[in-house]
Design a protein around this ligand. Structure first.
Ligand SMILES: *[C@@H]1O[C@H](CO)[C@@H](O)[C@H](O)[C@H]1NC(C)=O
Ligand SMILES: *[C@@H]1O[C@H](CO)[C@@H](O)[C@H](O)[C@H]1NC(C)=O
Ligand SMILES: *[C@@H]1O[C@H](CO)[C@@H](O)[C@H](O)[C@H]1NC(C)=O
Ligand SMILES: *[C@@H]1O[C@H](CO)[C@@H](O)[C@H](O)[C@H]1NC(C)=O
Length: 387
């Protein structure tokens, strides 16, 4: 998750980075190859803006100033081709969705008590023991292996479920676990996403970044959901994928790569939910499940609200708009897929220790019972939309 940007920070960032004005709106393949081999990255800073080249250091400065962007260096050309294909109706254009209220409440409610805080905690303890999970560090790559091994041990013996690394040009891989649809495996898939990487903004490569809340919580929520579903012998009628993205903190890198590849391949997605931070709400504030208000499908958000009402002990509240490039759901939204995202608190009551060495479970305000509520709702999302 990207921390909220204050006006003061925005002004200082704008002054500090007097951004190069894009002299052209389209970059050629050869220009991209040249600039990329010179170590530059192509960053998009707003929804309708032409992307601009930055050095890795310049990119880090943007991150420190909490200026949001998508690093489109490796997806830029595919995205242009996709836009053209959508315009020519060779690829599907975005469709608004709506879903009936949860209709498998008996089955889902029987599963919820098996979601285990101690299992989530023990997986998170292993993840936070790594110095950091930065997407360009070797410990970031170790996090991929750790998650893949954990998922593989959950799904062993299930020939209809597979998990694999999704490699990128940088060190850390994303991970995708695919559950085949028992009735129709070519029907549109349901995706539950979280990001595995963490960052220490002052010293990304070597600094300590436990990333317990951001996004260790979302990561272990979805691992635990998969475990409970598999233990129950769950077989979805239609396909489901669990994604753990690399490089969210570096400009939605992993999710942008995967969402772009899926759209290019013509894959159909019924609904995508992102879990990015579920473990904290400010001491003294009202405990809620915040629902993101932008870069989402409003019909899917209506369904998400009914999931919270059906499956959680706490109520939902709409968050204030999070803005451009807020988290991985935005990558799927950008490709025209229906998205929704749960967030730990309304912005302002959320965790201020993220992106630092003190994003740990010992922070006052961290609550496993709070995080468990998100696992319940997301389990309901997966089950209901794939039954
Ligand atoms: C979570 O794990 C830590 C480290 O092993 C331990 O100290 C803590 O008691 C655990 N908390 C819960 C709720 O299981
Ligand atoms: C499976 O889903 C696809 C895509 O929605 C649909 O075209 C096809 O008719 C479905 N097949 C069956 C057997 O229902
Ligand atoms: C819940 O977990 C227990 C063991 O931990 C298992 O025996 C039981 O079958 C599980 N319930 C469901 C609905 O999967
Ligand atoms: C980054 O890591 C270093 C060393 O691990 C630590 O001293 C520093 O406080 C961290 N920075 C932040 C923002 O937490």
């Amino acid at each position: 998750m990207k921390a909220a940007l204050s006006l003061a920070v925005l002004l200082s960032a704008t002054a500090a980075f007097a951004r190069p004005r894009p002299v052209q709106t389209t970059w050629t393949h050869d220009q991209i190859v040249d600039k990329t081999s010179a170590g530059l990255r192509l960053l998009q800073l707003g929804p309708d803006q032409s992307p601009v080249w930055f050095s890795e250091e310049g990119k880090l400065e943007l991150m420190r100033a909490e200026v949001r962007f998508v690093d489109v260096t490796e997806t830029y050309e595919d995205k242009l081709a996709i836009k053209a294909a959508v315009a020519e109706a060779k690829l599907a254009s975005p469709q608004r969705v709506s879903f009936p209220s949860p209709s498998h409440q008996t089955a889902v409610k029987a599963l919820l008590p098996n979601l285990s805080i101690s299992r989530m905690n023990s997986t998170l303890t292993q993840l936070t023991a790594l110095n950091n999970r930065y997407y360009r560090s070797s410990t970031g790559a170790q996090a991929s292996t750790l998650i893949l091994n954990t998922v593989n041990s959950i799904i062993s013996g299930r020939s209809d479920i597979s998990a694999a690394l999704y490699a990128h040009s940088w060190t850390q891989s994303s991970i995708i676990a695919k559950v085949a649809g028992a009735t129709n495996n070519t029907a549109p898939m349901v995706i539950l996403g979280a990001h595995m990487d963490s960052i220490n903004l002052s010293s990304p490569t070597s600094g300590r970044a436990p990333g317990a809340d951001d996004d260790g919580t979302g990561t272990v929520n979805s691992i635990e959901i998969l475990r409970v579903l598999v233990e129950a012998g769950w077989k979805p009628a239609t396909p489901v994928e669990f994604h753990w993205y690399s490089g969210e903190e570096g400009g939605l890198l992993g999710s942008d790569a995967i969402a772009t590849a899926y759209k290019k391949a013509g894959k159909q997605v019924k609904a995508m939910m992102e879990l990015d931070m579920s473990g904290y709400f400010a001491p003294g504030s009202k405990e809620v499940i915040a629902i993101e208000a932008d870069y989402i499908d409003s019909g899917l958000n209506t369904f998400t609200k009914s999931l919270v009402t059906s499956y959680s002990a706490i109520t939902y509240a709409m968050d204030t708009p999070c803005g451009y490039a807020c988290s991985d759901h935005a990558s799927w939204y950008d490709q025209g897929y229906p998205t929704t995202m749960l967030y730990e608190a309304v912005t302002g009551d959320d965790n201020q220790r993220i992106h630092s060495s003190s994003d740990t479970i010992t922070v006052s305000g961290f609550s496993w019972s709070h995080s468990l509520e998100f696992a319940k709702v997301a389990l309901g999302f997966v089950y209901e939309l794939s039954a």
